[in-house]
Design a protein around this ligand. Structure first.
Ligand code: IMP
Length: 424
């Protein structure tokens, strides 16, 4: 049975832990969007990893880890991650890289900086928007090009010519076009050349054999290029609705779709955030939840859970079960607030506005839920949870329209409760 794990907020929901947990029973784990802007925290045999590109399958010897066509790859990041994880494991993970996956090159990071994207949108400075832009503009370099050095050199020359014409007096671009880029790329790619191939075909065959394929989403639904909080979004499709396009296989059956939700909300970077707490309560969430970015180290903005935004995400993710993470962080709050609607233009609405300007005007309408004092970290059964925590979870399930499949009470795999409700 195929499973998809998808973030339903602005990323950082704790997908890394959930995919690591589920990957051990998979035959194939597929990343289908984003690139090294993602930061998935995984604890494997007591060692903490912040992975950016490799799918969670790399930690298991029998699992094939696939970087599908929707992923954008920085070969130097991939190389570093694979080397580090191979040292930890004592063997090399099995990788398949789609020949259609685009490569992040030094000029993508440079363009992101020259255009000031980090300042305007709070981007991660990993070259994400420029590489996806190149893909759409048909001037990208794909991993399949690495298999034909003459083709690679020709495409790179054409790309550099275009860059020089657009920015004739840029010393940075001149420095990059001094040659050597193709050779450098081929050197970084050397350990992966045998792993580049027809990922869509392999995924399609595994699905046809009804294998346990796990699709690992990066970022979250509210960062989706089209249906997130545009323009304060990432540049790929982050939802179940976007998954088929990110792998190149029609998804007729993925019976299990786990929507991952942090028990409160966080956001890094710019953009409206109706339930943001800029007070002591937000500070406490940041401290207790260790809310600092895995990729950039930036402090995350923190706030209450937003059912309006989650219902919007659910429309694109169609979750069959929810994984609620970091519930333990809320222990000790007298009262917890849940946003059930927005007030916009003097009216109450439960619709999530697509225009950033409208979202910035939305005031949250809260309902109060009683908190609990107990430390949840040692609890292993749903019924052990305090009744207030169970009511909070029940309200989330009702508000989003999907049952609770997992509750995460700490970073390690054991600190998880599985309820058994996860598939259609
Ligand atoms: P970009 O993906 O680097 O272009 O950044 C666009 C927006 O998405 C910024 O607000 C980033 O902070 C955010 N973002 C990208 N990847 C992640 C992630 O994995 N977790 C949380 N936020 C992310």
């Amino acid at each position: 049975m195929a499973t998809a794990v998808l973030g339903m907020q602005w990323g950082d929901e704790g997908k890394g832990k959930v995919t690591h947990l589920l990957a051990k029973d998979a035959t194939m784990v597929v990343r289908f969007n984003g690139g090294p802007n993602a930061g998935h925290t995984v604890i494997d045999r007591g060692v903490r990893f912040g992975t950016h590109l490799v799918p969670a399958g790399v930690f298991y010897p029998d699992v094939l880890s696939v970087l599908a066509s929707g992923v954008v790859i920085d070969l130097s990041v991939l190389r570093q991650e694979v080397e580090e994880i191979s040292r930890h494991l004592g063997w090399r993970p099995r990788l398949l890289i789609s020949e259609a996956a685009h490569l992040i090159l030094p000029y993508h990071r440079l363009l992101e900086d020259l255009e000031g994207m980090a300042g305007t949108f709070g981007t991660t400075r990993r070259g994400i928007a420029p590489v996806y832009r190149d893909r759409a503009a048909k001037v990208g370099i794909r991993s399949g090009d690495l298999l034909s050095p003459p083709r690679l050199r020709r495409r790179l020359d054409e790309r550099m010519d275009l860059l020089k014409r657009l920015a004739p007096r840029s010393p940075e671009i001149d420095a990059l076009s001094g040659g050597g880029l193709a050779e450098e790329l081929l050197r970084s790619a050397e350990p992966f050349l045998n792993s580049i191939g027809d990922a869509a075909g392999a995924i399609g065959e595994a699905l046809a054999r009804d294998e346990a394929v796990l699709f690992e989403g990066a970022q979250g639904a509210l960062l989706d290029l089209d249906f997130g909080t545009y323009p304060f979004v990432t540049s790929s499709s982050t939802t179940f609705a976007g998954l088929a396009n990110g792998i190149g296989v029609p998804l007729l059956r993925v019976d299990c779709r786990i929507g991952v939700i942090k028990a409160y909300t966080t956001r890094v970077g710019e953009g409206a955030f109706p339930t943001e707490l800029v007070d002591e309560v937000g500070e406490t969430l940041r401290r207790e939840g260790a809310e600092f970015g895995t990729t950039t180290g930036r402090p995350r903005r923190c706030g209450w859970l937003d059912l309006v935004a989650l219902r919007h995400a659910a429309a694109f993710d169609a979750p069959t079960g929810l994984a609620v993470t970091k519930l333990d962080v809320l222990s000790g709050s007298e009262e917890i607030k849940l946003c059930r609607a927005y007030r916009l233009g003097g009216r109450e609405t439960t619709r999530f506005p697509l225009a950033a300007e409208d979202l910035a005007e939305c005031q949250p309408v809260y309902e109060m839920v009683p908190g609990w004092r107990e430390d949840l970290s040692g609890m292993r059964e749903y019924d052990e949870l305090p009744k207030e925590a169970r009511s909070y979870l029940a309200r989330i399930a009702e508000g989003v329209g999907a049952p609770i499949a997992y509750v995460s009470l700490g970073p390690s795999a054991e600190e998880t409760i599985a309820t058994g409700f996860d598939s259609e």
